[in-house]
Design a protein around this ligand. Structure first.
Ligand code: HEM
Length: 321
């Protein structure tokens, strides 16, 4: 029979499946319980983070609770490593703690607060502060930990939390949740305020997962480029005429359009789309939309001015039927 644990923002709930349906039992009433983590070794052991009362632990599935004596009170995230059983807790203001004895004693992972980006961390509804919104210890590699600051970035440690790498390229800065793939060692996922991202190198670098439109735009333009090249070199009577007398073609606005302007303008548009996608991938999520708008906007202008619109010397009808 299945059992579910949940925190509701005010209390803790345990739901048990029975032959007659589900039963629900609430505990920790009005405690601002807002996050939880299960000990992967023992389904009766649960850690619950309270919005104002620190960390509570149960070893009997939520019937009795003990206070874990965490020095900070506003707990926003908790995780238990499936690799070595270490318990991690994240708070507001942003701070990270680690326990290696099941929550009896705590050590602050102060290296997180040495990161250069720390002065920029700010949670928009309370801009004077920020919190550790999510902690994801790798289930495959005990020393690799991801921590998401809301709003500050996706940080990574490869030595159990002693030292931290600042916001990872390609990741969303507004981290909401993180997950490791249970079997594929280096694969991790991020859901953030501005979109999603994934990593295939253990969290070192990230790829935005919301670039489908950009991908298809560049595919279509690449195909059109190949088609244009074939027309240009082999099939077009205009370019053939222009090649025979390049000097003369340059003085004829219709031939010059096909010889130079059309192809050049389209290649510029195409290059802007490709460069824009690469730049967007390397830009953090807060500025990514601006980069995409600038590069794709300029590409659109280059493509529009290079089309043989009706009425131009090399103009083509819009409709042919
Ligand atoms: C990348 C995006 C491109 C777009 C959107 C595009 C668009 C077009 C359009 C709308 C036409 C007119 C088709 C018609 O109504 O007959 C055309 C024709 C042509 N394009 Fe492109 N083109 C692109 C790239 C290129 C490139 C890179 C080249 C050359 C290097 C090129 C060379 C030509 C030639 C030679 C023709 C045919 C002229 C003729 O009718 O003989 N195009 N293209």
């Amino acid at each position: 029979m299945a059992r579910l644990y949940a925190t509701t923002g005010s209390s803790f709930a345990r739901l048990d499946e029975t032959p007659g349906g589900w039963t629900a039992e609430a505990s920790l009433p009005d405690s601002a319980a807002q996050c939880l983590a299960l000990d992967p070794e023992n389904p009766d052991t649960v850690y619950v983070g309270l919005g104002a009362g620190g960390l509570r632990k149960t070893t009997d599935g939520g019937r009795t609770w003990t206070d874990s004596g965490l020095p900070e009170h506003q707990v926003f995230s908790v995780a238990v490593s499936a690799a070595d059983g270490a318990v991690y807790v994240g708070t507001e203001p942003s701070a990270l703690f680690r326990s290696d004895d099941g929550g009896s004693s705590w050590r602050e992972l102060a290296g997180l607060l040495d990161l250069p980006s720390r002065s920029t961390w700010s949670f928009p509804p309370r801009p004077w502060t920020s919190h550790v919104r999510w902690i994801a210890p790798s289930p495959h590699e005990a020393d690799t930990i991801l921590a998401g600051i809301e709003l500050g970035g996706l940080m990574r440690s490869t030595d159990g939390g002693e030292h931290w790498q600042d916001h990872r390229p390609g990741a969303q800065r507004d981290v909401h949740s993180l997950a490791w793939h249970p079997r594929t060692r280096d694969r991790a996922y991020e859901a953030g305020g501005g979109g999603a991202a994934y990593s295939e190198d253990g969290g070192a670098t990230w790829t935005p997962a919301d670039d489908r439109a950009g991908f298809w735009l560049s595919m279509v333009l690449d195909a059109q480029f190949l088609l244009g090249l074939i027309l240009y070199v082999f099939l077009s009577p205009f370019t053939h005429a222009a090649f025979r007398d390049i000097g003369g073609a340059m003085g004829n606005s219709g031939l010059r359009f096909w010889l130079v302007e059309h192809g050049f303008g389209m290649i510029v548009g195409l290059a802007l789309v490709h460069v824009g996608r690469v730049r967007a991938r390397k830009t953090d999520s807060l500025r990514r939309h601006r980069v995409v708008a600038i590069f794709f906007g300029l590409a659109l202008v280059a493509i529009i001015v290079s089309i043989p619109w009706p009425g131009m010397p090399a103009g083509r009808p819009l409709l042919r039927w």
